[in-house]
Design a protein around this ligand. Sequence first.
Ligand code: 5GP
Length: 179
Amino acid sequence: MNSVQIEDKNFELFLENDQINKRTRLIGIQLNVDYEDRCPIIIGVLNGSFVFMADLLKEIEISCEIAFIRVSSYKDTESTGIIKEAFGLPDNLHNRDIILVEDIVDTGLTLKYILEKVRLQAPASVKVCSLLLKPDALLAPVPELEYIGFEIPNEFVVGYGLDYNGLGRNLKDIYSAVN
Ligand code: 5GP
C-alpha cells in the first residue's frame, strides 16, 4: 500500500517493513556485542513499542530479562507535554543494566520522565533504544539515547505499532501524514 487514510488524515508510505527489519537486525547485533555477559533488563515502553520490541528481541541472542511499562501522554497528533503516568516499572533495577525500548522520541519529555523514575533505583547503567527519533523536535539532548533506528523529519507517523487516535498500529509499514 502506498497510502492509507485513517479517519480525517491521509498518510503516505514512509518506511517499508523490510527497511525496518534490516535496521533492527543491525541494532540487535550491536546490543549482542555491547551487552554480552551483562544480562540486561530490556524494558519496552508501551503501547507503541510492542511491534519493534518483538522484532528486536528476535535478534537478541544474549541472556536478558524482559519487562514492559506503560506511559500515556499523547492526544491527537501533538504532544501535550504532560506525562500522565507510568505503570509497571519493575522494582529490581538496582545495579542492573537497563535498556529502554521506545517506538519514537519526539520532544523527549516522555523519556525524560521515565529516565528519572528508572534512576531512582540506581541501576548500573541505562541506555535507550528508539526505532525513530525526530531530532528537530527534541527539546534537550538525551545522552542515554544510544541506539537509534532512523532519524526522521518532524512529521506525524503511523504504523508498525504507532497509532493515530488508537488506529493504525497494525500496519506493517510506517506511513507519514500528508499535510
Ligand atoms: P515525546 O514525549 O518524546 O514528545 O513523545 C513520545 C511519545 O509520543 C511516543 O512514545 C509516541 O507515543 C508519541 N509520538 C510522538 N511522535 C509521534 C508520531 O509521529 N506518531 C505517533 N503515532 N506517535 C507519536
